[in-house]
Design a protein around this ligand. Structure first.
Ligand code: HAM
Length: 418
């Protein structure tokens, strides 16, 4: 039997795990600075949450969902994104009665049935942030600043923040009419995907990467042309706040996002040499009411952890920190072995990373293992050491040795501040 991981999935192991741990630590640290609370929602939800929330006409709902029918004949879907589940939980638990704005973050797996390629998986992980209760551009700016801070704290460079506004529902309607009118003239030259998008969701044509469609997309009307005064003002204020914060951005009117719930602000972070965006988000003032709640302004973003890892790798940034082994307690003979177990357990209880021999190896093999662990110090305990109560402690990198009392090992290691 030769079972391998399903296509589009990835085992996270070895040094990469330490990179993930550092990213997750970075996420928790940044979110604490913004008083954003963690939320953990289920991996699957009722399918209807996504078809209604993300949008029937989106690629995610049309083609990419992992949907299954339970024994109770309910249709469930592995979450393809995090926002809809957080909105569902926000409404189900009446979280709106708490403080406003309410701020949440998550780090969670998501599932999309896409063609795998570099940085694109069928199971991937997102760090996402969702803010509820503020319609102010200051909220959009703060959400963007969370993502910006994480990217900068990780040391990722060559990243551009692209900013656009889709306008509110009124401006959006006008824009759709202008876009449809324009695209109709070039319909015959559009690729088959764009032809189908033209029928179902014309805005998504702007997202097409096909060479043949680019000249058409380049000349398409801009979302900025049909903005009403309120939406224009919102967008201008957002830019002023970002500028005041020292966050650089570029306006890109072709950023429309692939999910239907966005209103007004949309944005994406794109890093050189990485396929797709490393993060994206925007304002979604209609989603909470669409899912049965009161009219509630909201904004958020999500970043792919795998894409952050790729960006780090492509820029030769190593944030992985392997845990250090403070001391290896080797043993000779039965009594030495028992003493080593007592010691190693005691040292761990006091907070040191200590290792011992649990597969009955020779002393030489034990020392080789201590080396592989990267142990800072080692001792070997046998009958003589038990009688004298003293051990030779060896600095594994310099090979220097010194003699200390067995019950002084903890203090010795601490004094060396390893
Ligand atoms: P999204 O742009 O679909 O937005 O995904 C956000 C990020 O998830 C992307 O920028 C990318 O880094 C990562 N990502 C998406 N698909 C894949 C994939 N197949 N493989 C690897 N990484 C992937 C959302 O999901 C929205 N819920 C973001 C949001 C939150 N908007 C408001 N609040």
């Amino acid at each position: 039997m030769n079972i391998i991981a399903p296509k589009g999935t990835k085992d996270i192991l070895g040094d990469e795990v330490y990179t993930w741990q550092k990213i997750e630590e970075g996420v928790a640290r940044v979110c604490k600075l913004f008083s954003i609370e963690e939320i953990r929602t289920p991996i699957f939800e009722h399918t209807e949450l996504f078809s209604r929330g993300v949008g029937e006409a989106t690629d995610v709902v049309q083609k990419e969902m992992y949907t299954f029918v339970t024994k109770g004949e309910k249709s469930l879907t592995l979450k393809p994104e995090g926002t809809a589940g957080v909105v569902r939980a926000y409404l189900e638990h009446g979280l709106y009665v708490n403080k406003q704005p309410s701020k949440f973050y998550y780090v969670a797996p998501n599932f999309r049935y896409e063609q795998p390629q570099s940085g694109r998986y069928r199971q991937f992980h997102q760090f996402g942030v969702e803010y509820f209760g503020s319609a102010s551009p200051a909220c959009d700016a703060e959400v963007i600043s969370v993502a910006d801070m994480l990217i900068k704290n990780l040391g990722i460079k060559n990243t551009t923040l692209y900013l656009n506004t889709l306008g509110g529902s009124g401006c959006r309607k006008k824009y759709n009419e202008a876009l449809v009118g324009y695209l109709r003239q070039s319909y015959d030259r559009l690729c088959p995907t764009c032809k189908s998008r033209f029928e179902k969701n014309p805005l998504r044509v702007l997202d097409c990467k096909e060479g043949a469609c680019q000249p058409i997309i380049d000349k398409a009307p801009s979302t900025l042309d049909t903005l009403g005064p309120e939406c224009r003002n919102h967008f201008e204020q957002l830019q002023e706040i970002l500028t005041a914060m020292g966050i650089e951005f570029k306006i890109n009117t072709k950023i429309v996002r692939g999910l239907d719930y966005y209103t007004r602000t949309v944005f994406e972070f794109v890093t050189d040499n990485i396929h797709g965006s490393i993060g994206g988000g925007g304002r979604y003032d209609g989603l909470v009411s669409l899912l049965g709640g009161a009219q509630t302004p909201a904004a958020g973003f999500a970043m792919g952890i795998e894409r952050l890892c790729l960006a780090l790798l492509s820029q030769n940034i190593n944030i992985a920190e392997k845990p250090k082994c403070d001391i290896y307690i080797g043993a000779i003979g039965g009594k030495g072995f028992l003493e080593s177990q007592k010691l190693v357990h005691g040292l761990r209880q006091k907070g040191l990373t200590a290792e011992s021999d649990i597969i009955s190896r020779s002393v030489k093999a034990q020392m080789k293992y201590a080396d592989k662990l990267g142990a800072k110090y080692s001792v070997i305990i046998g009958d003589d050491e038990i009688v004298s109560g003293k051990v030779k402690i060896k600095n594994m990198s310099t090979s220097e040795t010194g003699e200390i009392d067995i019950n002084e090992i903890f203090g010795f290691i601490k004094s060396k501040d390893v």
